[in-house]
Design a binder for this molecule. Structure first.
Ligand code: ZN
Length: 383
């Protein structure tokens, strides 16, 4: 008798799932595609972003799998696949890097699962259930108040937490780009420390400032498994000049609330597909850039590097020449609008090349640590 053929079942109909199966009959040559985001208008014309993937393979315990993502070469950042290792988990709690190669436009993942079910993803996912747990935990704290900004296009709450009672106003937002789940892990670390009754520096920050925190700017996009857009196909971080209720209510509601409170410090948390480093992009190219903004930015970068050496200043984006900034981006719009310190934090999908971890790469735990470490530079920026 022959042994029964392996029957794989690949699924992605769940929170932040994204994959399409072309052919899964042969475990040694499983052919897949990433489903693109809805069409988005950009200065380069209409594009459909994709790079995020997240799916489960059932029925492959002990079976060597070769999974080939056939459209990887048409992704938003094809160069980012170089040096990239996918993550996998059998318990959805611990995510480890697995053997991944990129050649001729195809991303190939080779792995032999140790369990009947295994999940693969672009980065450790952060489910909306976990976001709800985080909001619930914060909303029970004596130091936080839940003050939602409104609802998204799919009818989800756009949650804002208000923490502290000091005169300075800080806005900290994350997950404008839904495929950047590291931003949620960062938020979890940041909020856990900010609301810790035993942390003296967190208490000092809560006394110096009132912090408005939007942990998840794009819950619709993340649930739908998008890389960069919301339910209407809007790239939220290109909507800050002219947000609209029809297309980008998440940005409109946040910007209106910012206009009410004023802003002294703004931090927008992201992930970068290509660079294997943690870095910050400032707003140097805005028309109204001031010497005070330059001084505040330089100090903030130095303080963050001191508080957590996983952050660095050597590698990052090129700095915009004076007057050339794109004011549709949160960081530049807010820096121009309020004349304040306004920055974008980028974390890697790959790893921190200065302190690599071959097993986990840049990991949820290190995101959490980097989030907790923002307390020191924030205190210095406000004090
Ligand atoms: Zn981003």
């Amino acid at each position: 008798m022959y042994p029964p053929a392996v029957q794989l079942l690949i699924s992605s109909q769940f929170d932040s799932g994204n994959i399409e199966v072309i052919d899964a009959t042969d475990p040694a040559d499983v052919q897949l595609r990433i489903r693109p985001d809805p069409p988005t208008s950009t200065p380069r014309g209409v594009v459909r972003f994709f790079q995020w993937f997240h799916f489960r393979v059932a029925g492959a315990r002990g079976v060597p799998l070769t999974l080939r993502i056939m459209n990887a070469g048409e992704a938003a950042y094809p160069d980012a696949w170089e040096g990239y290792q996918a993550v996998a988990s059998t318990d959805r709690e611990h995510w480890l890097r697995v053997n991944t190669t990129y050649e001729d436009g195809v991303l190939t993942i080779e792995h032999t699962p140790q369990g009947d079910a295994i999940w693969f993803a672009y980065f450790a996912p952060f489910a909306l259930d976990r976001h709800a747990d985080l909001i619930g935990w914060c909303a029970e704290s004596d130091f936080a108040r839940l003050a939602p900004l409104g609802t998204t296009l799919d009818g989800r709450s756009l949650d804002r937490l208000v923490v502290g009672s000091g005169p300075a106003v800080a806005w900290i937002i994350a997950r404008q780009h839904p495929g950047e789940s590291m931003a949620s892990w960062w938020m979890e670390g940041f909020l856990t420390r900010l609301l810790d009754p035993d942390d003296a520096l967190a208490a000092k920050l809560r006394g110096l400032a009132t912090l408005h925190i939007v942990p998840h700017m794009n819950p619709d996009g993340s649930f739908r498994g998008h890389l960069r857009t919301n339910a209407a196909g809007a790239n939220l971080n290109r909507e800050w000049a002219t947000p609209s209720a029809e297309r980008s209510p998440e940005v409109l509601l946040t910007r209106e609330a910012m206009d009410e409170t004023g802003v002294d410090v703004c931090l927008d948390v992201h992930g970068d597909e290509e660079l294997p480093y943690n870095f910050i992009a400032g707003a140097e190219g805005i028309p109204g850039w001031t010497a005070a903004q330059a001084r505040d930015l330089a100090r903030f970068l130095d303080d963050y590097e001191r508080s957590n050496p996983d952050f660095q200043q050597v590698h990052g984006y090129p700095i915009d020449p004076p007057g050339t900034a794109n004011l549709t981006i949160c960081t530049t719009q807010i820096a121009e609008r309020f004349g304040c310190l306004s920055v974008t934090l980028e974390m890697p999908f790959k790893d921190n090349a200065n302190r690599p971890d071959p097993d986990a790469g840049w990991s949820p735990e290190r995101c959490r640590q980097l989030g907790a470490s923002i307390i020191e530079p924030l205190v210095q920026a406000i004090a």
